[in-house]
Design a protein around this ligand. Structure first.
Ligand code: ZN
Length: 491
């Protein structure tokens, strides 16, 4: 068949067509079908007896065993829009679901198959006893929070204001009208946007911070083999690095050329390595666009410093504990996130010398804020605690005096950009300073110091009544430690 059934789901964006898909009316159980097989998805194991020759294809597309499917009944009228669409749609095309005058969701066709048996088992039959046997397997499903009025786009595409049947829109027509849809959706608008549309756009498919972090913290839930989470988390980390440097989507070939070697160097070497599997798993997380990068909403959330720190800390502590994290983070353009001060090799946190056996890396450019640190604040926090370490309580004696270090909780300077303020400083002994800076220790919501690795209690943080500590900075540090509010329990 010419439809490219089961082809690897990597798409040339220029060839993507639109499949305009009426969801179907209530009388035909359209909304129920959508809920059942698209929003919820069906468990392939429950339909094993009717999968037949398509079992391999569907299990390949949906390795977690939950399939998102939609179907169309046959159309016997040659030349009818629906017949043309069924014949011409192909893997990689974008489906726009339509209901009651609006576009309500979009999705990507990951596979196409024809099975009366499967369709009848999933959806039953319509009033003419026809089953929705032209089945599309869907990924990258995005439901629009606010339905997008479809009339203006439909007039352009099909010369009428409502959508009556399954309709295929050619790749060139789609390209010509993508701007209009994106305007309507509030995506990167490429045309002048009218105020009413801008307002509507703002509320489309928002993802919340807790939803993002929950998804990042439970990657293994959707994956068939636990080892896969490692490759998936590496690719996500790479994408976070890209977005941190201002890039969002990356051309497919660049994505492959960078992620492939990254997985070889840091990935799960013991499982059969294929990049295709990793990309497929990435898409199933809902955090990944088909074409090289983070899903738009995820990227938006990750532009916020706290969320980014939490996401990086979560990925590193949940899935990548046994790699050289500083090396990995530097590789993906996130150098500095491996410790609290933001310092890279050869540069100690607070101006003390840190010995490293190799001086292989060049000194990082010292930012203005680093140079602009106020030494009086360091002295102030030290004298406030009379050099007593706020973590272990040790007061390190020297010949004539005592010694302690002022430690920023949220590093000052890039990439952490914490405030140079007394409320962002702790008085620590050198040992605890290193452990705090290397993210071995974190401070919980109740001011207890714990080990990042297992959450084990160490000490209650010593706090002076005259020292108001900025909880936001502590939260940021906790996020870097992979111990943010939404982190999964590592115990
Ligand atoms: Zn100490």
């Amino acid at each position: 068949m010419g439809n490219g059934y089961g082809a690897e789901a990597i798409f040339d964006p220029d060839l993507v067509q639109w499949v305009l898909q009426p969801r179907g009316q209530r009388s035909k159980r359209g909304p129920q079908h959508f809920e059942h097989s698209v929003r919820q998805g069906i468990r392939l194991a429950d339909y094993e007896h009717v999968l037949g020759e398509h079992a391999g294809l569907l299990k390949g597309i949906f390795p977690d065993g939950v399939a998102r499917l939609w179907g169309a009944t046959s159309c016997e009228t040659p030349g009818h829009a629906k017949a043309v669409a069924i014949r011409g749609q192909k893997v990689g095309d974008e489906v726009l679901f339509y209901g009651e005058g609006n576009f309500i969701a979009k999705a990507r066709i990951l596979g196409l198959l024809r099975s009366h048996q499967l369709a009848a088992a999933v959806w039953g039959a319509d009033e003419d006893q026809k089953a929705w046997e032209h089945v599309m397997a869907l990924g990258d499903i995005v439901e629009f929070d606010v339905p997008v009025p479809a009339a203006s786009l439909l007039v352009e595409l099909v010369k009428q204001k409502t959508l009556r049947s399954l309709t295929l829109v050619s790749a060139s027509e789609r390209r010509r009208h993508l701007g209009l849809l994106n305007d309507l959706l509030g995506e990167h608008a490429s045309q002048t946007r009218r105020p009413s549309e801008a307002k509507r756009a703002a509320s489309v498919t928002r993802m919340r911070r807790d939803e993002l972090l929950h998804a990042l913290g439970t990657l293994e839930a959707g994956l068939p083999e636990k080892q896969r989470t490692r490759d998936v988390s590496l690719a996500l980390l790479w994408a976070i690095g890209r977005s941190a440097s201002g890039e969002s989507l990356t051309p497919e070939d660049v994505c492959r050329n960078e992620v492939g070697p990254l997985l070889l160097d840091f990935g799960a070497r013991d499982v059969n390595f294929t990049l295709e599997h990793t990309f497929r798993h990435l898409r199933s997380t809902g955090l990944w666009e088909s074409v090289g990068g983070l899903q738009r909403e995820a990227a938006r959330l990750l532009r916020k410093p706290l969320t980014r720190a939490e996401a990086i800390g979560l990925l590193c502590s949940s899935y990548l504990q046994d790699v050289d994290q500083e090396e990995l983070l530097e590789r993906v353009g996130l150098a500095g996130y491996g410790n609290a001060s933001g310092a890279t090799d050869g540069e100690a946190g607070e101006g003390e010398n840190e010995e490293r056996p190799s001086g292989r890396r060049e000194r990082r450019q010292v930012s203005g804020s680093r140079a602009g640190r106020d030494p009086r604040l360091a002295e102030e926090v030290k004298s406030l605690y009379q050099h007593q370490c706020q973590i272990c309580g040790e007061r390190l004696e020297t010949r004539f005096s005592h010694y302690s270090e002022a430690a920023h909780i949220q590093g000052v300077g890039s990439p952490h950009d914490g405030p140079d303020d007394l409320s962002n400083l702790l008085c620590l002994c050198p040992n605890c300073h290193v452990q705090f800076d290397k993210l071995f220790l974190f401070i919980d919501e109740e001011w207890n110091v714990r080990k990042s690795r297992d959450g084990k209690f160490v000490k209650a943080l010593i706090r002076s009544p005259g020292h108001a500590i900025d909880e936001k900075c502590v939260e940021y540090h906790r996020g870097l430690c992979g111990r943010g509010a939404y982190s999964i329990d590592l115990n």
